[in-house]
Design a protein around this ligand. Structure first.
Ligand code: ADP
Ligand code: MG
Length: 350
C-alpha cells in the first residue's frame, strides 16, 4: 500500500481550529508491503531507519515503550486495527521517499500506509475514506502522544493529481481545486530541524482553545476579525481562514497575481502574530521572492522544516537553485529544494 506526503499551500494552524486548509498530496510517498505470517506476531523494518520491531498482532503492546521510536507508529496502528478487529500476523516492510521531520508529513504517509496495509492483511475495507483518515490519525496520536489535526491524513486519502485539496476541518468536506499549469509548487527545506515544534504546537493550540472559551464559542472558526483584533494568536487563525478562501477563489478565477500576496501575508502572520517562524525561514522566503517566486511562506508547524513557494513553471528550477545557493552562503546551512507535483491519494501499489 502507498500513501503520499503532503505540502500545505495555505491555511496553517487552522486545522485544529475547525478552519480551512489547502494542502496537496505530493510525489513523495511511503510504501508499506506485507507478507502473512502465522505466529501472531507483526514484524516491521524500514529501508530508511535502523532497527526492527516484533509486536503482538493483537495491539497489546504499549506504543510508548517501543524501540526504535519509529516502531511506535506500527504499535499505534496495531492498537487501532485491533479495535476494528482486523489484526493478524504479518511482516511489514516500509520504504519512503518523504523526507522525515521536514514538515512534508512523512509521519502521516507512514501511518496511512500502515493502516491500509494492516487493514488489507486483516480483510478490512474502509468504504468511507474519512474513517481511514480517523484510524490513521488515532494510530499517530497513539504513537506520538501529540493530538494533531486531520489535515495530513485527509490529504493523503483524498489527494487528486494536479489539484490542491480544500479541507473544511469542521465538516471534513474535501474539495479538489485545480492548480494552475503556469506555476510550479516548490518545497525548500531550510535544513533546520523542528526541535521546538512539538512544545510550541501544544502551547498555541491551548491558547486558541482559551480564546474560544473566553468568547463562548466552540472554536475560533466561529469568531469574526473584530472579536479577535487584540489577540495576535486568534487574529492569525481568523485571517488565515479568510486567506485560504481567497486563495481558492483566485485559483478558480485563474487570477495567479492574487496568489503571491496571499502566501506572503500568511507568512507574515505566522511570523508576527502566531510567532512560529525563525530567521532562517524568513530568509528563505525573502530569497525565493527575490529570485522570482510569486510568493512563499513557511509550511507545516514552523520552527524549522520547509518553505512552500509558487514560481512560474519555466523559471522554477532556476529560482530554487539561486535562492538555495544564496541561503547556504549566508547561513552556512545546506538547504534542499525541489518542485513537487500534486498526485493521487493513497491506495494499492501499482
Ligand atoms: P514529518 O511528519 O513532518 O516528516 P514527524 O516528526 O511528524 O515529521 O515524523 C517523522 C517520524 O515519522 C520519524 O521520526 C519516524 O518515526 C517516522 N517515519 C517517517 N518516515 C519513516 C520511514 N521511512 N521509516 C520509518 N519511520 C519513519
Ligand atoms: Mg508529522
Amino acid at each position: 500500500m502507498r500513501a503520499p506526503g503532503r505540502i500545505n499551500l495555505i491555511g496553517e494552524h487552522t486545522d485544529y481550529n475547525d478552519g480551512f486548509c489547502l494542502p496537496l498530496a505530493i510525489d513523495r510517498e511511503c510504501v508499506v508491503r506485507w507478507e502473512p505470517r502465522t505466529d501472531g506476531l507483526v514484524t516491521a523494518s524500514s529501508e530508511q531507519l535502523p532497527g526492527e520491531v516484533a509486536l503482538a498482532a493483537d495491539g497489546s503492546t504499549d506504543p510508548a515503550g517501543v524501540d526504535p521510536p519509529w516502531g511506535r507508529f506500527v504499535a499505534g496502528a496495531l492498537r487501532v486495527l485491533a479495535e476494528l478487529r482486523a489484526a493478524r500476523g504479518v511482516d511489514l516492510r516500509v520504504a519512503s521517499t518523504v523526507p522525515p521531520g521536514s514538515g512534508l508529513s512523512s509521519s502521516s504517509a507512514l501511518s496511512v500506509a500502515l493502516t491500509f496495509a494492516l487493514a488489507d492483511a486483516g480483510g478490512l475495507a474502509f468504504p468511507d475514506r474519512r474513517d481511514a483518515a480517523r484510524a490513521a490519525l488515532a494510530a499517530e496520536v497513539e504513537a506520538t502522544g501529540v493530538p494533531g489535526g486531520l489535515m495530513d491524513q485527509l490529504c493523503a486519502l483524498f489527494g487528486v493529481a494536479h489539484h490542491a485539496i480544500l479541507i473544511d476541518c469542521r465538516s471534513l468536506d474535501v474539495t479538489p481545486v485545480p492548480l494552475p499549469t503556469t506555476h510550479a509548487v516548490v518545497a525548500v527545506h531550510s535544513g533546520v530541524p523542528r526541535t521546538l515544534a512539538g512544545s510550541a504546537y501544544a502551547e498555541r493550540r491551548a491558547a486558541c482553545e482559551q480564546v474560544a472559551a473566553r468568547l463562548g464559542v466552540t472554536s475560533l472558526r466561529d469568531t469574526t476579525p473584530s472579536q479577535v483584533a487584540d489577540d495576535p494568536i486568534a487574529r492569525h487563525v481568523v485571517a488565515e481562514n479568510a486567506r485560504v478562501l481567497a486563495f481558492v477563489e483566485a485559483l478558480h478565477d485563474g487570477d495567479a497575481n492574487a496568489l503571491g500576496p496571499l502566501l506572503l501575508a500568511s507568512h507574515a502572520s505566522l511570523r508576527d502574530d502566531y510567532r512560529v517562524s525563525i530567521p532562517e525561514l524568513d530568509l528563505l522566503v525573502q530569497l525565493l521572492v527575490e529570485h522570482g517566486a510569486i510568493g512563499a511562506r513557511l509550511t507545516g508547524a514552523g520552527f524549522g522544516g520547509c518553505v512552500v513557494a509558487m514560481v512560474q513553471r519555466n523559471h522554477a528550477d532556476d529560482c530554487v537553485a539561486k535562492a538555495t545557493r544564496e541561503y547556504e552562503a549566508r547561513t552556512g546551512i545546506v538547504p534542499s529544494g525541489f518542485v513537487v507535483r500534486a498526485v493521487a491519494a493513497a491506495g494499492p501499489c501499482s
